[in-house]
Design a protein around this ligand. Structure first.
Ligand SMILES: Cc1ncc(C[n+]2csc(CCOP(=O)(O)OP(=O)(O)O)c2C)c(N)n1
Length: 292
């Protein structure tokens, strides 16, 4: 999935799609860190050489739904057994798609269930309170770094919209609950905090809101259709044709397309890159349209 990215440079392991697997992968990362700490020659011998610091900790997060799966308890057990520096964050928005927390967590509260794991730091916090969340995570990170064992922060957050575009939360989440959630939205809450603490004036907040609204509202009067299929005769051509037909008066530039070459996709990575549209092609097309 496109949002399940990783980065070797930033030490971010690629996400896997099955929920719950991340907990054990995090423990594996911490075990690798322990190995590198105890056998520094292994760092020198590995190719490519891993970027490793002796005081590093592993951060892993998931929802309260993913925390009801077996891997979660196995990961906590192993992390506590080895006193591994793993920081578990549970972002609890009360629902796993349409399943409410109380229908899949005994007693309805996941951090209460795991409080007795030996050596585990546990903190339950209002995840819509920026300052409280920052404090809880700082303490948890310090705990892991001190070598005392893993830490778990349980943040109660909101879900301001449905789980995904194919989900409609109005079908299972009562209206009153939706309104109560909206009232806990951390963005206006942070704005109120900044004003109350004298860090920003009301006018400053309103100016920032106006800037954001304006940037959102300003669609650029230009359209670029990007798709992986062959350039000719495909649905990208259809979309471009409809934009040209129905929105002609709104356009300040021709509708452009970035797509694959009109040929089969080669089974060879270098040629595949030549055939399929690349990020640099999209960037070049955007810049050329902006200048039009
Ligand atoms: C093993 C597995 N089962 C089911 C799914 C489908 N699925 C994707 S997200 C999700 C719900 C996750 O809920 P939660 O962990 O509470 O996280 P949230 O999305 O609410 O933040 C499910 C069931 C999946 N990805 N993997």
């Amino acid at each position: 999935m496109p949002s399940h990215w990783g980065s070797r440079r930033l030490n971010i392991v690629s996400q896997s799609s099955p929920t719950g697997t991340q907990w054990l992968q995090a423990v594996g990362c911490a075990e690798a860190g322990r190995y590198f700490r105890d056998f520094p020659q292994a760092v020198m011998a590995a190719a490519p050489r891993p970027r490793f610091e002796n005081d590093e900790i592993v951060y892993v997060s998931g929802g309260e739904g993913a925390a009801s799966q077996g891997e979660f308890y196995e990961a906590l057990n192993l992390a506590c057994l080895g006193r591994l520096p793993v920081l578990f964050l549970i972002e609890d928005n009360g629902y796993a798609i349409s399943v409410p927390g109380e229908a899949q967590t005994a007693g309805g509260n996941v951090s209460r269930l795991v409080r007795n794991f030996p050596g585990l730091y546990v903190n339950e916090v209002d995840g819509t309170d920026l300052v409280a969340s920052y404090g809880a995570l700082r303490e948890a990170a310090a705990w892991c770094r001190s070598g005392r064992g893993p830490a778990l922060v349980h943040g109660h957050v909101i879900r301001p919209y449905s789980h995904s575009p194919s989900d409609d939360e109005r079908l299972y989440k009562p209206e009153q609950e939706r309104q109560e959630e909206a009232a806990r939205d951390p963005i206006p809450r942070l704005a109120r905090f900044l004003v109350e603490e004298g860090l920003l004036e009301e006018q400053g907040i309103r100016a920032m809101e106006r800037d954001v609204d304006r940037e959102i509202q300003e669609a650029t009067n230009r359209a670029l259709v990007v798709y992986e299929d062959c350039r000719s005769w495909g649905y990208g051509a259809e979309i471009a044709a409809r934009i040209a037909d129905e929105l002609f008066d709104e356009l300040d530039a021709p509708v452009r397309r970035v797509a694959a070459l009109d040929t089969f996709v080669a089974y060879q990575p270098l040629i595949e890159d030549e055939i399929l549209p690349q990020a640099r092609d999209v960037e070049a097309a955007i810049l050329s349209l902006a200048e039009y």
